[in-house]
Design a protein around this ligand. Structure first.
Ligand code: IDP
Ligand code: MG
Length: 139
């Protein structure tokens, strides 16, 4: 089944100039980029995006970090793409991520873990709509 998922290259990775390297890992996996842009979230926008985590102890730190600098957001498309991109990203905690994954290769710690990917079809729909209008999605 062809799916779409939301990808974010987080501030820690953009700050280290890793956008190109991470996009290459995504493209080498066969996933197609159908939307892409760079922006910076306000703290309130970061709170909105991560609302599901609002009760977690790391919420304030996470939303400060996610609004600390520019991010690159994209929509990826492909067969079984939600699960496939989660595999390429690796585990949330980079210490537990598989060799060759984006997080194992580039993440700094469990919070500054370089990338985001949607976790299910419903969240993928919500998250892609959070960042992109229909006109911005091509291919
Ligand atoms: P995911 O990004 O792998 O889906 P989630 O559990 O949805 O992981 O958490 C969202 C984000 O919150 C993570 O990517 C990471 O940046 C941050 N995070 C998750 N767990 C922790 C933690 O225990 N401490 C600090 N930050 C965390
Ligand atoms: Mg998640």
């Amino acid at each position: 089944m062809t799916q779409r998922t939301l990808s974010i290259i987080k501030p820690d990775a953009v700050e280290r100039n890793l956008q190109g390297a991470i996009l290459k890992m995504i493209q080498d996996s066969g996933l197609k980029i159908v939307a892409l842009k760079m922006l910076r979230l306000s703290k309130d926008e970061a709170r909105g995006f991560y609302a599901v985590h609002s009760e977690r102890p790391f919420f304030d730190s996470l939303t400060s970090y996610m609004s600390s600098g520019p991010i690159v957001v994209g929509i990826l498309e492909g067969e079984n793409c939600i699960e496939k991109y989660r595999e390429i990203m690796g585990a949330t905690n980079p210490e537990q991520a598989e060799e060759g994954t984006i997080r194992k290769t580039y993440a700094l710690d469990i919070e500054k873990n370089s990338v985001h990917g949607s976790d299910a079809p419903e969240t993928a729909r919500e998250e892609t709509a959070f960042f992109f209008s229909r006109m911005e999605v091509v291919g």
